[in-house]
Ligand binder design. Structure first.
Ligand code: C2E
Ligand code: MG
Ligand code: MG
Ligand code: MG
Length: 289
């Protein structure tokens, strides 16, 4: 259709746009139904302390098996949830579910939950967190909220007030995907983070000769150490990468080298086997997803 000049071309793109919008509306409706029907699941990926080689906690990651399209990536449906406001319901569900599951794990384990920018801007968030913690009967310090740099684009008075409320509750705060966002270092002066998560884009390629990622990882870990924050290297897949991030001083590692995200049931089984972490390489120990 694009061949026959202006008119055909116009129609070609208009149809394309139309179906993309339709697809998005369908995804939105299906997601609303899935939340209401309880069709979403949380999977948990181990986070390993590099000094002790013990599992210190897990990150909760949402999973959705769509009736006709199969497993959909959160990279696809979280942005839709964010744009349509569905993230409020999804996020509350995630916090409540993670606290509920966390109550069944040993007391020395933590759980991290992702909090999107829209959730973070919602004044109701501290109440949601307080209620979830109380209902599950867990110590607040076992819950860690992962936030990305994009929250600093919003009204800074509200952002500061939200940080203060969450710290008062006693939850931990992690800065997710560090280095990929707006990366003004100014907010590190005051924002009360307990942990910086180094984005996996800095890990992949870091072991190749001449690659600069290692220097960046080293700089982030020394910065974090000086600020008394932990560092988690995200997306570590190979033994070479594991050795590198260990030598560069990352305090924690999360990646397929240890485990893929596990269902709640598989997580309990894994915990039952003990908290010793085993680097297994990228191909073995595959969870269903
Ligand atoms: P994230 O918070 O940065 O989570 C880490 C992502 O890296 C996860 O992708 C995880 O499965 C993946 N990953 C972990 N280890 C490796 C590895 O060794 N190699 C590779 N290639 N990937 C690894 P996932 O589960 O697809 O989630 C994608 C993003 O969706 C998350 O990134 C987070 O931003 C968002 N998300 C997931 N669950 C939730 C949720 O409950 N609420 C919100 N607001 N966002 C969520
Ligand atoms: Mg995260
Ligand atoms: Mg991340
Ligand atoms: Mg990410």
């Amino acid at each position: 259709a694009a061949k026959d000049g202006g008119r055909g071309r116009h129609h070609f793109y208009a149809d394309d746009l139309h179906s993309a919008a339709e697809e998005r509306t369908k995804l939105e409706n299906d997601l609303r139904d899935a939340i209401a029907a309880g069709d979403l699941e949380l999977y948990y990926q181990p986070q390993v302390n590099t000094k002790t080689e013990q599992i210190s906690g897990f990150e909760a990651l949402v999973r959705w098996k769509h009736a006709t399209q199969g497993w959909l990536s959160p990279e696809k449906f979280i942005p839709v949830a964010e744009d349509t406001g569905l993230i409020t319901a999804l996020g509350e569900w995630a916090i409540r579910t993670a606290c509920h599951d966390l109550a069944r794990w040993p007391d020395n384990l933590r759980c991290a939950v992702n909090v999107s920018p829209l959730q973070f801007a919602n004044p109701n968030l501290p109440t949601v967190v307080t209620n979830a913690i109380a209902q599950a009967g867990i110590a607040p310090g076992r819950l860690e909220l992962e936030i990305t740099e994009s929250v600093f684009l919003n009204d800074s008075d509200n952002t500061d007030a939200m940080f203060a409320s969450l710290k008062r509750i006693g939850v931990r705060l992690a800065l997710d995907d560090f280095g990929t966002g707006y990366s003004s270092l100014g907010y590190l002066k005051t924002a009360p983070f307990d942990k910086i998560k180094i984005d996996k884009s800095f890990i992949s390629g870091a072991t190749e000769p001449g690659n600069r990622n290692g220097a960046i990882i080293a700089a982030i870990t020394s910065l974090a150490e000086a600020l008394d924050m932990d560092t988690t290297a995200e997306g570590v897949e190979t033994l070479d990468e594991l050795e590198l991030v260990n030598s560069l001083g990352c305090s924690h590692v999360q990646g397929y080298i240890y485990a893929r995200p596990l269902s709640a049931q598989a997580t309990l089984t894994r915990i039952g086997e003990g908290l010793d972490a085993h680097a297994v390489g990228p191909k073995s120990h595959r969870a269903p997803r």
